[in-house]
Design a protein. Structure first.
Length: 68
């Protein structure tokens, strides 16, 4: 887990589905977490350097995820 998100009813851990090193954290989200809800595809939480590029092939794209 690299973080957590909270709502009125629950808290959920955020898991990184690939291996890598965290290079940068979006500190703006500490004071303005609503940015993720306002623009989830244009916002970011962390930037990582991938350890193994091939791990990306196991991830679902947006359309496939919505179908699952």
């Amino acid at each position: 887990a690299f973080g957590a998100v909270e709502s009125v009813k629950a808290a959920s851990d955020l898991y990184l589905p690939v291996s890598g090193t965290v290079l940068e954290v979006n500190s703006d989200l500490e004071s303005e977490p609503e940015k993720i809800n306002e623009d989830p595809y244009g916002s970011w939480i962390i930037k990582i350097e991938l350890e193994n590029q091939d791990e990306l092939t196991a991830l679902l794209d947006h359309n496939t995820y919505r179908e699952e």
